[in-house]
Design a binder for this molecule. Structure first.
Ligand SMILES: Nc1ncnc2c1ncn2[C@@H]1O[C@H](COP(=O)(O)OP(=O)(O)OP(=O)(O)O)[C@@H](O)[C@H]1O
Ligand SMILES: [Mg+2]
Length: 235
């Protein structure tokens, strides 16, 4: 068997609220294979976003709190330059609440990851963002601000942004969570198409019907993976 693209081993993450420790991930081991579409299910507060942030290198596990491996190599110990490159080129992140910058246009938002350290650079990012926005039906919106867009259009812009550096894996945190059923369906279709084109996707969702569209679903319960629930029972 080939190495997983991403893997977490016994991941532990504790937030500190004032003087109280709040353990969120309590030994979470999972993996995603290259080319896979993995759904992550779990109730609110079970640690799904935390897991995505740690997998994406946006946050770190606790000291001695397990590890994240990319292509079999641990993230811990990589230099800041390598971590920047990992965040920029390996991972594309889709946030639940879009997180578009209001003062930038649609095109500027979508090409932004090209400009961060480790990104592909302004020219390639502009070309790729323009191509993606066109593919997502937003070519007439390139110079609009996010506030002039519908929720579905904002999420499509956010997905174009996540793909601007041509990442290996898209980490999508409830990409349909704030959209009506029809618009959510369109977003899901767009992600499925990117997956058919070869993109690896990890998608958080509350919706078992949406998880059904994935190759495989895992269930996070109180900071660990629920191995007692067979995959079929999730649907
Ligand atoms: N930055 C933080 N500081 C302190 N506590 C946090 C922080 N981020 C998350 N938490 C807590 O960690 C727990 C898990 O949060 P997380 O956002 O990972 O859950 P989730 O499964 O994504 O939930 P939801 O489905 O509501 O998005 C929650 O109890 C939350 O309050
Ligand atoms: Mg969340």
């Amino acid at each position: 068997m080939s190495r997983p693209l991403l893997e977490s081993r016994d991941l532990r993450k504790t937030y500190r609220l004032g003087r109280i420790d709040v353990p969120v991930l309590k030994g979470c081991s999972m993996h995603v294979d290259r080319g896979e579409f993995l759904a992550v299910l779990g109730s609110s507060g079970s640690g799904k976003s935390t897991l995505m942030h740690v997998l994406g290198g946006l946050d770190r596990p606790d000291r001695d709190g397990g590890e994240v491996l990319h292509d079999g190599q641990p993230l811990a110990g990589r230099s800041e330059r390598h971590l920047n490159r990992y965040r920029a080129r390996t991972i594309g992140f889709v946030f639940q609440f879009y997180h578009l910058l209001p003062e930038l246009t649609v095109l500027e938002n979508a090409m932004l990851p090209g400009l961060v350290p480790g990104g592909v650079g302004s020219g390639p990012a502009r070309r790729r963002a323009t191509m993606l926005l066109d593919r997502f039906g937003l070519s007439h919106r390139l110079n609009h601000r996010p506030r002039e867009l519908s929720g579905g259009e904002r999420q499509r812009t956010a997905i174009a942004r996540a793909m601007a550096n041509d990442p290996e894996v898209l980490l999508a945190d409830e990409p349909t969570g704030n959209l009506d059923e029809h618009t959510g369906g369109e977003i899901l279709e767009l992600l499925s198409e990117a997956h058919r084109d070869g993109l690896t996707i990890v998608m958080v969702t509350h919706d078992h019907l949406i998880a059904d569209r994935a190759d495989r679903a895992i269930h996070l319960v109180d900071g660990v993976l629920d191995t007692a629930t067979p995959a079929g029972a999730l649907a």
